[in-house]
Design a protein around this ligand. Structure first.
Ligand code: CTP
Ligand code: CA
Length: 225
């Protein structure tokens, strides 16, 4: 850690953040992934570090560089991300902002697939581990606060509320990523924070501002602000 903030409210707290997409290889030159710049997860890690937390930042191949002053663990696949998360526990809180690929190839090809006159390749999938759900259901070493994300394109509140129950996390940060919002790939975000006490709609603001507000709320929840 390059720049530990000595006197922030999160000093002495260890917080895990996942961010970015995962890449699941099809063959050595191709992969399956979700769209994710990593901008929101990176901003959250930066904001938590600015409040003094020791941040373990587990990131897939993102467009934006990781923040200064955090412990960076780089991964490619969902399974590598789960391993890195397990290795980073225990932690006081976990924020799961990564856009994890839901599926990987059942058998990735070791050699590049070539175009063939015999027709198109058929890809078979296997389901990836659910990192957020795995951590949320831990009986031993579960972070006191587990925060998930839900990027939805329809019925955002209903889907996100159901997702919170299904995953077993404490909070869900929900957002509408349908194309007309212009959120995907942009610099702003409009989120609803879903907790035990209900849904709180935050105004549209810069991703950095969402990150700072969330970091403040995490500090409050951990009883240190
Ligand atoms: N997540 C995870 N591991 C996975 C999939 C998702 O940790 N294999 C986390 C994400 O980081 C996010 C939350 O779970 O915090 C919700 O991700 P999302 O893709 O919205 O949920 P899914 O359960 O995969 O549902 P969907 O079918 O809508 O993709
Ligand atoms: Ca998913």
């Amino acid at each position: 850690v390059e720049k530990a903030v000595a006197n922030g409210p999160l000093t002495g707290k260890r917080i895990l953040v996942t961010s970015g997409p995962t890449h699941e290889p099809i063959d050595p030159v191709r992969y399956i992934a979700n769209r994710s710049s990593g901008a929101q997860g990176t901003a959250i890690a930066r904001a938590l570090a600015a409040l003094g937390a020791h941040v373990v930042f587990v990131t897939g191949p993102a467009d934006v560089p990781p923040p200064e002053g955090v412990e960076v663990v780089r991964v490619q696949t969902a399974r590598e991300m789960l391993d890195a998360v397990e290795a980073a526990l225990p932690a006081d809180a976990g924020v799961f902002a990564a856009a994890v690929a839901d599926w990987r190839m059942k058998d990735a090809h070791e050699e590049k697939l070539k175009k063939s006159k015999d027709g198109l390749p058929v890809l078979s999938f296997a389901e990836n581990p659910d990192i957020l759900k795995t951590v949320s259901h831990k009986t031993d070493g579960r972070p006191a606060l587990v925060v998930g994300f839900a990027a939805e394109t329809t019925d955002v509140l209903a889907h996100a509320t159901a997702k919170r129950d299904r995953k077993g996390c404490d909070w869900i940060v929900a957002n509408d990523v349908s194309p007309q919002t212009g959120i995907m790939g942009g610099t702003e975000n409009a989120v609803t924070l879903i907790t035990d006490s209900g849904a709180e709609e935050w105004p549209r603001m810069a991703k950095e501002a969402v990150a700072e507000k969330l970091a403040d709320r995490i500090a409050q929840a951990l009883g240190v602000a």
